[in-house]
Write a protein that binds this ligand. Structure first.
Ligand SMILES: [Zn+2]
Length: 498
């Protein structure tokens, strides 16, 4: 494990502080995912990229990361509704784009699949699990029942509400402690005359006409949005998370409500560290369809022919903690930089196959790349300072490209540098996408498994047993069991728990 400390701004204590997992070197990390009622836009992806960079930095430090990111497919209420809140999924179905779906379930599945596609295209690491709110209904109902039992929630004719006044810590994350402010600032909080206090928020909505409904102790209905994250985070990561992330718009009320629910349920701190990504503007203005500056990943990649890695580069080029202005100039500039990495990669690969004459400057070359990588990692550990990290990494491409030819040690150092930069920043080439164990909708491609088996056979032939074992473990983690027979290695799916 690296000696470096990983420092991040913590929204709760309002300072940059060291990220310290409860178990050293093992990060339990939850990041709020999208509501799949339409395509995620590039502002959403800016937030998911912050989470991705945290995972990559932690891994570069040698940590294990349990990374969970949810998919909201029910219960996210619209903010502008006065008479009880409408589910965004239903609203999506009623919209122009929603017309092509037979029902809200199809719509949710379609946009969840699109979201995962965009996620892969922008080279984000897949989480350990991508749980959906609809897959965790039992836990949400149980949590609401327990909150009623302990006096933190109550039933009304329209639903079950969290009694905000019962939780002294309400407001500690956002600083919204003024009760009057809570009422006027309470976006997504259902207005209902039966509530004890206007800032109380819904855990369950009674609704027999809702397109997605479940039977509960309070009759047919659906859960409030905030509850899903509390139960899914705790189901996969335990009662106290090391780090919880999301966009800045989630600080209040979403994360404030998650804290109130979770801490009332367990009596323990919900998360040790909170991180939020500032908003993204396009051409200096809030993204909006009417202004023509609203972009999804597919608008840029399929519509404008942008290189997905350049989109990624442009989105991470500004530090997460300040608002980011995305422009087409920025994207063009990022495209040129991605091209430089491609040139370096090509040059290094050619030189590995056909090295140049031994070069007297090789030692200096090797050392400068090593030093530059250290500086890149230092910058990432300094509150994810991506603007410095990208600048330092780019210096490495200058070091590689200015040499007229690379000898073998130089070629190896260049490939190592590019691989390390790619692991940390994801900007050199697409990672080979490792299918997620929990991804039940798409099973692991057979060709990929065969390729892994081949890799393991080669490692064994080269007596590199550590690597061979690593491949076996990697497959085992995906529920694939290997069996060595005299005729070769065969494999089968093991039943997975998740
Ligand atoms: Zn959430």
């Amino acid at each position: 494990m690296s000696h470096r400390s990983f420092r991040l701004y913590d929204t709760m204590t309002r300072q940059v502080k060291e990220l310290v997992p409860a178990t050293p070197g093992h990060l339990k990390f939850y990041s709020c995912g999208p509501t799949v009622y339409s395509y995620a836009h590039i502002g959403n992806f800016r937030t998911f990229l912050t989470a991705d960079l945290i995972v990559r930095t932690a891994e570069a430090l040698g940590w294990n990361v349990d990374y969970v990111s949810n998919i909201t497919d029910v219960g996210h209420l619209t903010s502008d509704d006065q008479d009880g809140g409408e589910d965004r999924m239903e609203k999506g179905l009623k919209s122009k784009e929603g017309e092509r779906f037979a029902n809200v379930w199809d719509l949710a599945e379609f946009y969840a699949d699109c979201f995962k596609e965009d996620w892969d295209r922008l080279n984000l690491r897949r989480p350990l699990v991508w749980p959906k709110a609809t897959q965790h209904m039992r836990e949400q109902i149980a949590a609401a029942e327990k909150l009623i039992e302990t006096g933190h929630a109550y039933e009304t004719p329209t639903g079950v509400y969290y009694r905000v006044g019962s939780f002294a810590g309400y407001g500690k994350l956002s600083g919204n402690t003024d009760r009057e402010e809570l009422i006027t600032g309470a976006r997504d909080v259902v207005r209902d005359d039966n509530k004890e206090h206007p800032s109380d928020f819904a855990l369950w909505k009674k609704d027999e006409k809702h397109l997605m409904q479940w039977y509960s102790p309070w009759g047919w209905g659906f859960p409030g949005w905030h509850l899903e994250c509390s139960v899914m985070a705790m189901a996969y990561l335990g009662e106290t998370l090391d780090l919880h992330a999301g966009g800045e718009d989630l600080i209040f009320p979403h994360h404030e409500c998650e804290i109130a629910q979770s801490e009332a349920l367990t009596g323990k701190p919900f998360a040790r560290h909170w991180i939020h990504t500032r908003f993204l503007q396009v051409d200096g203005q809030k993204m909006s369809k009417s202004l023509g500056n609203f972009f999804t990943v597919r608008d840029l990649v399929d519509g404008k022919g942008a290189d997905p890695l350049a989109v990624r580069y442009a989105l991470i080029s500004q530090n997460y903690g300040v608002p980011h202005n995305f422009t087409m100039d920025l994207l063009r500039d990022a495209t040129q930089k991605i091209e430089r990495y491609r040139q370096c990669d090509e040059k290094a690969r050619k030189a590995i196959a056909q090295p140049g004459e031994p070069n007297a400057a090789a030692d200096v070359f090797v050392e400068s790349l090593r030093d530059l990588y250290d500086e890149v990692l230092d910058a990432m550990c300094d509150n994810l300072n991506t603007s410095v990290a990208l600048a330092k990494a780019l210096e490495g491409t200058r070091v590689i490209l200015r040499e007229s030819s690379l000898d073998l040690p130089m070629a190896e150092a260049a490939l190592q540098f590019l691989g390390d930069i790619n692991d940390l920043l994801g900007i050199v080439s697409l990672d080979r996408n490792v299918p997620s164990a929990s991804d039940t909708t798409s099973s692991v491609p057979e060709a990929w498994i065969e390729q892994k088996i081949q890799e393991r056979a080669e490692a064994k032939a080269a007596k590199d047993f550590a690597r061979a074992d690593h491949v076996r473990d990697e497959l085992a983690a995906l529920g694939i069991e290997l069996r060595d027979t005299p005729e070769g290695t065969t494999w089968k799916h093991r039943a997975t728990i998740l």
